[in-house]
Design a protein around this ligand. Structure first.
Ligand SMILES: [Zn+2]
Length: 227
């Protein structure tokens, strides 16, 4: 079997109210027992044991953590990216407007949480450095689109200076990520694309900017490299 990538939406699960119905975040005020049930359902769907389904405590930083055979999924990992080379491991990034970036390499898989802070902190570059010389495919899931993502003048100017994709006081996170991937990894990029779904415009997805009190959807990679 080859490594796989998928993105969840609000559909499925058992959460109610503003979290309806497949919230996977434990930090947003939803009933934790229900979230655990939603997470168990995700593990079953992707075909891994719950102890091989790894979540992060995301802090909008640039910490990258390696998950291997000895990693314990019940331990808290305060970071914004995980990489693994251990087959049968599923890595999860949770989002509601930030970009879920999934990387599937020849030997390594990774998930990355990319908001503007992570973009500026260089988290994408850090993960690429850990993937060394591998060729890889990059997929960005549901995230806020540039038309919906107006930013302040300071941030806009800094983004312009850094060479990110901007326009009309807006920051384009998915296309900025794709630019970084090509700039840094060049021919190692087999494919890099955003699936085109804007969280703020899609009623099927959680959007923090739209709703504030809301749940989180996931990007997941299941690492099973073909050797
Ligand atoms: Zn949009």
């Amino acid at each position: 079997m080859a490594s796989r990538a998928l993105f969840t939406s609000r559909a499925g699960g058992w959460s109610t109210g503003p979290y309806s119905s497949r919230n996977l975040g434990t930090h947003v005020g939803d009933d934790l027992e229900v979230v655990r049930r939603n997470r168990d359902q995700l593990a079953e769907e992707v075909g891994v044991r719950t102890d091989r389904l790894f979540f992060m405590e995301q802090v909008h930083g640039s910490e990258v953590i390696v998950v291997d055979d000895s990693s314990n999924s019940s331990e808290l990992r305060r970071c914004d990216a995980m990489i693994t080379r251990t087959p049968g491991t599923a890595l999860v990034v949770l989002v509601a407007d930030c970009a879920p970036l999934l990387l599937i390499g020849e030997r390594t898989s990774a998930v990355v949480h990319v908001g503007w802070r992570g973009l500026f902190a260089g988290i994408v570059e850090k993960v690429l450095a850990d993937m060394e010389s591998e060729r890889f495919t990059a997929i960005i899931g549901p995230t806020i689109c540039s038309a919906c993502y107006q930013v302040g003048a300071d941030l806009y100017d800094q983004a312009l200076e850094r060479g990110f994709i901007v326009g009309n006081q807006r920051l384009d996170i998915p296309r900025s990520i794709i630019k970084i991937l090509h700039d840094v990894a060049g021919k190692r990029v087999e494919r890099a694309e955003w699936n085109g779904i804007c969280t703020l415009e899609s009623e099927s997805h959680y959007s923090y900017r739209r709703d504030q009190l809301t749940g989180r959807q996931a990007g997941v990679v299941i690492h099973d490299p073909q050797i």
